[in-house]
Design a protein around this ligand. Structure first.
Ligand code: SF4
Length: 238
């Protein structure tokens, strides 16, 4: 995708949602870390259902440690893989208390050393809590980046590196949320809503559900580059 097209794409996502936010509910860095860790392979909705009950009972590493694995498990039943996640949660709290004074560390290596925390979760924490220009790639972002041609790649890491290299600095902080929400609600896995997609005329996906009209400026002419020819047939059908 041409750099001018990429800038246009991000400008539109920003105009539609100037201050994108996580749909996970949290009120502290630690709560966010727990919520993101729990969100692996499950929906934000089910995580929020669990943490609305858990956090009023215990929302610090020390308080969760006091509950123990058996104590947190009943709160996590709405979350997929809750047995493993209950163990990881207590292991995470133990490591935070023993190695980081109960605080969320800001180094990637320290984050990824926590039980249940991988590259994606660490990137989200570095981005949201510490303001780093990280772009965590989940299944939604992987799909949007490949379909649109924004950053094609065969693995999440390749897509992440492509996004970091191509995303203009002014859009890097919010790119994760824009692309995630776009994938979750518009560019869905089974039935992308191309007719109403605000980047349809920029997107290179060859199998759009219908042809999309180009977007116009308030002065009635297109201010963006024309839609390029599709080059990535069969890239990430979802
Ligand atoms: S036009 Fe369709 S395939 Fe392209 S980003 Fe929009 S919803 Fe996804």
């Amino acid at each position: 995708m041409h750099p001018a097209t990429i800038r246009a794409l991000y400008r539109r996502l920003k105009a539609a949602n100037p201050r994108p936010r996580s749909e996970l509910e949290y009120s502290s860095p630690f709560e966010l870390l727990v919520a993101v860790m729990l969100s692996a392979h499950t929906t934000d909705k089910s995580v929020n259902a669990a943490t609305r009950r858990l956090f009023p009972r215990a929302n610090t590493p020390q308080a969760l440690l006091a509950l123990g694995v058996e104590g947190v498990r009943p709160y996590l039943r709405s979350v997929g893989l809750y047995n493993t996640k209950s163990q990881n949660l207590i292991g995470l709290c133990q490591r935070l208390v023993e190695h980081h004074g109960g605080e969320v560390p800001r180094e990637r290596a320290a984050l990824e050393a926590l039980p249940g925390v991988g590259r994606k979760t660490a990137s989200i924490i570095l981005n949201i809590v510490f303001g780093e220009h990280e772009i965590a790639v989940d299944t939604h972002i992987f799909r949007v980046a490949n379909r649109s041609g924004l950053a094609p790649g065969k693995t999440p890491l390749a897509v992440e590196q492509g996004l970091l290299a191509r995303t203009p600095p002014q859009f890097k902080h919010d790119a994760h949320h824009w692309l995630l929400l776009h994938g979750r609600y518009v560019c869905t896995a089974r039935a992308p809503a191309c007719p109403g997609c605000l980047i349809a005329d920029l997107c290179e996906y060859p199998d759009k559900t219908v042809s999309a009209p180009s977007q116009k400026t308030s002065r009635g002419r297109s201010d963006e580059r024309p839609a390029p020819r599709a080059r990535h047939r069969r890239a990430a059908a979802g």
